[in-house]
Design a protein around this ligand. Structure first.
Ligand SMILES: NC(=O)c1ccc[n+]([C@@H]2O[C@H](COP(=O)([O-])OP(=O)(O)OC[C@H]3O[C@@H](n4cnc5c(N)ncnc54)[C@H](O)[C@@H]3O)[C@@H](O)[C@H]2O)c1
Length: 436
C-alpha cells in the first residue's frame, strides 16, 4: 500500500519504518522543521534501538515531506501526532485537529488514528474530518514501549482496531493489512472501547508501579528488603511479578498523562476517580521523597552531586516526564551543583530542560568531587561501574540508587554508603568506614 504517516515522532517513525520494511511505500508528514531535516538527511531525530538501521535499510520505500501534498493515490493515512496534556490539565488536541483539518479536502480517503485519544474523542473524528460518518475511519492504538519499540511493533501483545458501525469492509481490510504478518490476537471493538483500552492499560500499569513504590517506602521504614516482600506476593498467581519493580517513579509521555486523562474524563461524568488521582500523587511523592532523602545527607553549603542518567528510562533520549530530570531540577533549585551524564540525551536539550545543570561525556567525570552519586536512569552501563575506582574520585562515598541498579554489597565493599528504593542501606566494613 501507499501510506502517509502524519507525525514522525516515536510512534509514527517506528510504525512507518516497520511498514516500509513490510514492503509498503511510506511518506512521513512532519511539520517540525528540525525533525524533517534530520529525516531527509537520513538521521534519526529520536533515539530508539534498531530504528536508524531499519530506516536506512528501507530508505528506497520512504519519503518525507512537510505537508500532505496530493493524496489522490494514497491508500491510507495514519495519524500519529502528539496528544499531550495542556496547561490546565486537560488533553491538548491541537495537533490532532490540525492534522485532521488538513485531511478535510479528501472526503473518501481512508484514515486511521494511531495516537492515544482521550475518552470521548473518537466519536468526534468523522466530524473533525468534516464527514457525516466513519465509513473510511478507524483507530488503532499503539502499545509500544520506548526503548524496545521496534521489537514491540513486530511482537505486539494484541492488535486493537476501533471501528464505527458504518466502517466499511474495504477500510477494515486496509487496516488489517497493516498488521498482515503479525501473530497477535486481534480485537475489533467500538472506537470508544478502543480508546478506553489504551487509557486503562496505561492507568493500570501506573497503578502497579505506584503501589509497589508505596510498598517500597513502607518497607524502608520498617527495615524490610522490599524484594523479599515482592517475591512473597509474586507466588500468588493472581498477583504475579511483572511490572512490579520499585524505583524513583515513572515518567515518559504516556503514563503520567494517562492518569490525568482518566481523572479528567471521569470528572466530566461526575466520577471522583480516586485511584487515578492517587496514583499520580504517589508518583510525585516518590520522586520528592527521594530528593528529601538525598538532601538530608548532603552538606548544607556547596554540595555537588553526580547524576547518572537523565532520560525517563533506559534506551531512549526522551526527557518528557522524566523522574531523573525532576530530581535534577529540585536539587538545582535548592542550590546544589548537579553534574550529569546520559548516554543518549543531547547536551543542549538537557541544559534547556534543567538550566544550570552541567552535562559531561563520561560517567566518571560526573562523579568527580561529588558529595553523592545518584542513579537516575537504569542505563545498563551504570550497572558495571567500577565502584572501587569511583571511590577515589568522589568527595564523599554515598550512592542514591533511584533504580536499584547497583549491587549494594559491591558498593559497600568499595567503601560507599548505599541507599536504594525499598532496599536496606548498605554500609562499608568498619575498616573501610574508618578511612573515610
Ligand atoms: N511515545 C510512546 O511511547 C507512545 C506509546 C504509545 C502511544 N503513544 C501515543 O502516540 C502519539 C504520538 O506520540 P509520540 O511520542 O510519537 O509523540 P511525538 O511528540 O514524539 O511525535 C508527534 C509528532 O507529530 C508532529 N506533528 C504534530 N502535528 C502535526 C501535523 N499537523 N502535521 C505533521 N506533523 C505533525 C510533531 O511535530 C511531532 O514530531 C501520542 O498520542 C501518544 O500518546 C506514544
Amino acid at each position: 500500500m501507499r501510506i502517509s504517516v502524519v507525525g514522525a515522532g516515536y510512534v509514527g517513525l517506528v510504525t512507518g519504518v516497520n511498514l516500509a520494511a513490510d514492503g509498503h511505500a511510506v511518506t512521513f508528514i512532519e511539520r517540525a522543521e528540525e525533525r524533517l531535516a534530520d529525516l531527509a538527511a537520513g538521521r534519526m531525530p529520536i533515539e530508539e534501538p534498531g530504528l536508524a538501521e531499519a530506516y536506512a535499510a528501507n530508505a528506497d520505500r520512504i519519503s518525507v515531506r512537510p505537508e500532505l501534498g496530493d493524496l489522490s493515490s494514497m491508500d491510507l493515512v495514519l495519524i500519529a501526532v502528539g496528544t499531550p496534556i495542556g496547561e490546565a490539565g486537560d488533553p491538548d488536541l491541537s495537533q490532532l485537529r490540525s492534522a485532521l483539518d488538513a485531511l478535510r479536502a479528501w472526503p473518501e480517503l481512508d484514515v486511521s488514528v494511531r495516537s492515544t485519544l482521550p475518552p470521548g474523542t473518537s466519536a468526534r473524528l468523522p466530524a473533525m474530518l468534516d464527514r457525516t460518518n466513519g465509513e473510511h475511519v478507524s483507530t488503532n492504538p499503539e502499545f509500544l514501549r520506548q526503548g524496545s519499540a521496534m521489537s514491540d511493533h513486530r511482537h505486539p501483545t494484541r492488535i486493537v482496531i476501533g471501528t464505527y458501525p458504518e466502517t466499511g469492509d474495504a477500510h477494515r481490510a486496509k487496516v488489517e493489512a497493516l498488521f498482515g504478518g503479525l501473530d497477535a490476537p486481534r480485537l475489533y471493538v467500538d472506537v470508544a472501547a478502543a480508546e478506553l483500552i489504551k487509557n486503562v492499560a496505561n492507568g493500570f500499569l501506573a497503578l502497579k508501579l505506584s503501589f509497589v513504590n508505596e510498598v517500597a517506602a513502607l518497607s524502608e521504614e520498617y527495615g524490610v528488603e522490599v524484594q523479599s516482600v515482592l517475591d512473597g506476593i509474586a507466588l500468588d498467581p493472581r498477583i504475579g511479578s511483572t511490572y512490579m519493580r520499585p524505583g524513583l517513579g515513572f515518567g515518559g509521555s504516556c503514563l503520567p498523562k494517562e492518569l490525568q486523562v482518566l481523572a479528567a474524563a471521569g470528572r466530566r461524568q461526575g466520577l471522583p476517580m480516586h485511584l487515578a488521582r492517587a496514583v499520580s500523587q504517589v508518583n510525585i511523592e516518590q520522586q520528592d521523597r527521594f530528593v528529601r532523602r538525598i538532601q538530608a545527607e548532603l552538606p548544607r553549603k556547596g554540595a555537588r552531586v553526580g547524576l547518572l542518567g537523565l532520560s525517563f528510562k533506559a534506551d531512549t533520549d526522551d526527557l518528557r516526564g522524566s523522574p531523573a530530570l525532576h530530581v535534577a531540577r529540585r536539587l538545582l533549585d535548592a542550590g546544589v551543583q548537579v553534574v550529569a551524564h546520559d548516554p543518549a540525551v543531547h547536551v543542549d536539550r538537557a541544559e534547556a530542560a534543567a538550566p544550570g545543570i552541567l552535562m559531561v561525556q563520561d560517567p566518571m567525570a560526573a562523579i568527580d568531587d561529588a558529595d553523592a552519586v545518584i542513579i537516575g536512569t537504569e542505563w545498563p552501563t551504570y550497572a558495571s561501574i567500577d565502584w572501587a575506582a569511583a571511590r577515589g574520585r568522589v568527595r564523599f562515598p554515598l550512592i542514591f540508587d533511584g533504580r536499584n541498579l547497583v549491587d549494594p554489597g559491591a558498593a559497600a565493599a568499595a567503601g560507599f554508603l548505599y541507599r536504594g528504593i525499598g532496599r536496606l542501606s548498605a554500609e562499608p566494613a568498619p575498616a573501610e568506614a574508618a578511612r573515610r
